[in-house]
Design a protein around this ligand. Structure first.
Ligand code: UDP
Length: 343
């Protein structure tokens, strides 16, 4: 089904990586995604499936106007700052955008009478403490963020939970594990600047237009000594947002749900998968990166029970295939890194 017969959904940060894939999924499901974005990091070229409202997440009036004008029945909230390293240096900025921005959005939703919110949270809310090194993480695991970024995601969840209790909002926080891959259409994909994530960097190294990859440590307490992460295809993530929007949850209910592929893959396994798809990945071994926990793998049972969601295309080969197609010919972003060849 496509069109907009299911009504409008405000998508803050809809010009970003996960936001744009979610806007496409909303459109395909029959919603009208109304993107609200300041383009401080997203891309105008990624807004293709509904109207655009250019605005800042700290601007309550602009948010309330956008909701009223488009008669939004729900909000999916991605807008925020995401670079963990930067959050160490500029924590005040992260609190202002991620926590202040979420509080402002909640005020605007309350005044506009919009009753459902899906929030972009992160596995960064968990710490390594309180569980075994390779244990899957359930939603009840200890919350001890290792960065101001993780702190602000946890604080965002807490304000939303209070708003649910205070004025009858229904809220779902999706705690993403490692988002990766791209939509096979080639229209949208990952375009962080600067790029710090493993899969795009490994692909760039294999294609010969990035630096050789550095593996950040191989002396962790994991099967091959490199870190384990739970990679989830961005289209599976997008589907999780639609499921969260539609889940039958009562008024005033708040839920936090892990979204991951549900299995751990090591850095060396990722390098092998990229080599298989794109050719050898030039790489060397370097020291550990500060703050990297050995293993972050989701227990995804609550997502299945509560949202009826499970990953469909998050096997590593599919993620790498789709990421490679995008990185070989990105439709936008990647300025100065790789010439876009003609079709
Ligand atoms: N990693 C690496 N080299 C890189 C980038 C990442 O070895 O150039 C490792 C990193 O230490 C982590 C995994 O790859 O164990 C995934 O890192 P990424 O930055 O993609 O996501 P994160 O898990 O930090 O959110």
């Amino acid at each position: 089904m496509s069109g907009s017969n299911l009504g409008a959904v405000l998508v803050t940060g809809g010009g970003g990586y996960i936001g744009s894939h979610t806007a496409k999924a909303l459109h395909e499901r029959g919603y009208l995604p109304v993107v609200f974005d300041s383009f401080s990091s997203g891309s105008r070229d990624a807004v293709r499936w509904g109207p655009l409202v250019e605005g800042d997440i700290r601007d309550a009036d602009a948010l309330a106007r956008a909701m009223a004008e488009h008669k939004a029945a729900a909000v999916i909230h991605f807008a925020g700052l995401i670079e963990v390293g930067r959050s160490m240096n500029q924590p005040e900025l992260f609190w202002e955008h991620n926590v202040g921005g979420t509080a402002t959005l909640l005020g605007a939703m309350r005044s506009a009478g919009v009753g459902r919110l899906v929030f972009s949270s992160s596995a960064a809310v968990y710490g390594q403490g309180g569980r075994g090194p390779l244990e899957a993480i359930s939603e009840d695991a200890l919350k001890a963020p290792a960065s101001p970024y993780g702190d602000t995601k946890l604080a965002g969840e807490r304000i939303i939970e209070s708003a649910c209790a205070a004025f009858g909002l229904t809220g779902v926080a999706l705690r993403y594990f490692n988002a990766a891959g791209a939509d096979p259409s080639g229209l949208i994909g990952e375009a962080h600047e600067p790029e710090t994530h493993l899969i795009p960097l490994a692909i760039a190294a294999a294609l010969g237009d990035g630096k050789p990859l550095t593996i950040f440590g191989d002396d962790f307490d994991t099967p091959d000594g490199t870190c384990l992460r739970d990679y989830v295809h961005v289209n599976d993530l997008a589907a999780a947002h639609v499921a969260a929007l539609e889940a039958s949850l009562g008024t005033g209910v708040f839920e936090a749900v892990n979204i991951g592929g549900g299995s751990g893959r090591s850095v060396r396994e990722v390098v092998a998968a990229v080599s298989e798809a794109a050719g050898p990945v030039p790489h060397s071994l370097g020291p550990r990166r500060a703050g990297d926990p050995p293993s972050l793998v989701a227990d995804v049972s609550r997502a299945a029970e509560l949202l009826g969601w499970r990953a469909q295309c998050s096997d590593l080969a599919t993620i790498v295939r789709d990421a490679l197609a995008w990185e070989s010919r990105p439709a936008y972003g990647r300025a100065g890194r790789r010439p876009v060849s003609a079709p």
